[in-house]
Write a protein that binds this ligand. Structure first.
Ligand code: NAD
Length: 346
């Protein structure tokens, strides 16, 4: 498919290819939909194998941001950016400042933030060139604890639907990834009395978490996490881990986690989960906490308590999504997209 065909298929307004060879910048900014407000979405830095893969990622992620903002009740549109490169070796002040100048050139149609591979410190460099950046140090800061709280609330909504009660005490939860979101999520789960099985490709991260939170946590090999018999499988690593190979292995009733783009094929894999009778919490609904957090920063006065109360709304939003999905006997992903489109149509 050509770039324009892909834009039409996803419904994008604008895609900006950014190049500044002197500092090694290759980036794509995708503005999906600005009906509700300026397109807000993080900038991801990743060593994509191909440019096509980077384009696919940014198109899909930015559309999810439109749905995420709409369903979270925010006056924001959907956007996302990717910088092509290795975040461990290819970062520099020049690169992020050049990216910041491209963001500035869009005059506020796109507002950036941190994402996988970028940090609050990188946002400070971008801020040297543009005010259209959120999540800078000293303001709302790292969104992960807020995202994790939203995922926790969303898991409770899932438990309510499947088990008729939203307590997670005594539930077994298999967590994929032990990064920023997972760390905070697991703390909530352990506090409530859940048993947690957790895997990360860096075992030392799991080990650190066990030292912090104790014996309610069992380390699992990353490849074996799909086979854990549990109530909830929670993807909190990178995208695409739910697919035709892994879904048949799951031994859970619920999939609910913070990762973006959990389904490798958003239609086929949503159907696979649906047909297996596994309740899936659409990623962009359950992981909206981070966006709600930065949106509060944009509105002016940042009040953490108010943000957390708003994040708790994810519980009710998911119940609405599940109810529509049940009425139509369709996967929750389709019900969530339908609800988002209703909001966009006004
Ligand atoms: P992170 O980089 O801190 O954590 C990801 C973890 O996953 C890392 O520890 C990594 O080693 C591990 N990992 C990677 N591949 C794995 C695999 N195959 N098996 C097991 N572990 C693996 O990132 P994060 O900020 O915690 O974000 C996690 C996910 O949540 C991402 O998909 C991100 O896009 C999404 N998300 C994050 C936020 C936020 O506020 N940070 C908000 C919304 C969505």
């Amino acid at each position: 498919m050509s770039v324009f065909e892909q834009m039409r298929a996803y419904g994008h307004e604008q895609v900006v290819f950014c190049s500044e060879p002197a500092v090694g910048l290759r980036a794509i900014i995708a503005i999906h939909d600005t009906t509700l407000g300026p397109a807000l979405g993080g900038v991801r830095m990743w060593n994509y194998r191909t440019e096509e893969e980077a384009l696919q990622d940014v198109l899909r992620l930015s559309r999810a941001m439109t749905y995420k903002a709409a369903l979270a009740g925010l006056r924001l549109g959907g956007g996302k950016a990717v910088i092509l490169g290795d975040p461990r070796t290819e970062k520099s002040e020049g690169l992020f400042r050049a990216f910041g100048r491209f963001v500035e050139s869009l005059g506020g149609r796109y507002i950036t933030a941190e994402d996988v591979g970028t940090t609050v410190e990188d946002m400070e460099w971008i801020r040297q060139e543009t005010r259209y950046v959120t999540g800078v140090a000293g303001k709302s800061g790292d969104p992960s604890p807020v995202t994790a709280y939203g995922v926790y609330c969303g898991m409770k909504a899932c438990a309510q639907v499947v088990y008729g009660e939203d307590s997670l005490a005594g539930r077994t939860i298999a967590v994929q990834g032990a990064g920023n979101v997972a760390r905070h999520l697991v703390a909530h789960l352990v506090r409530e009395g859940a048993a947690v099985y957790i895997a990360d490709i860096f075992p030392e991260k799991v080990q650190r978490l066990r030292e912090e939170l104790g014996t309610a946590i069992t380390a699992v090999d990353p490849e074996a996490i799909y086979d854990v018999e549990c109530d909830i499988f929670s993807p909190n690593a990178l995208g695409g881990t739910l697919n035709e190979r892994t879904i048949p292995r799951l031994r859970c009733r619920i999939v609910a986690g913070g990762a973006n783009n959990q389904l490798q094929d958003e239609h086929a894999d949503a159907l696979r989960l649906h047909e297996r009778g596994i309740l899936y919490a659409p990623d962009y609904v359950i992981n909206a906490g981070g966006l709600i957090n930065v949106a509060a920063e944009l509105e002016g006065e940042y009040d953490r308590e108010r943000v957390l109360r708003r994040v708790e709304g994810i519980y009710t939003t998911l119940l609405r999504v599940f109810q529509l999905a049940q009425e139509r006997n369709q996967p929750p992903t389709e019900a969530a997209a339908e609800l988002a489109h209703r909001i966009l149509r006004g």
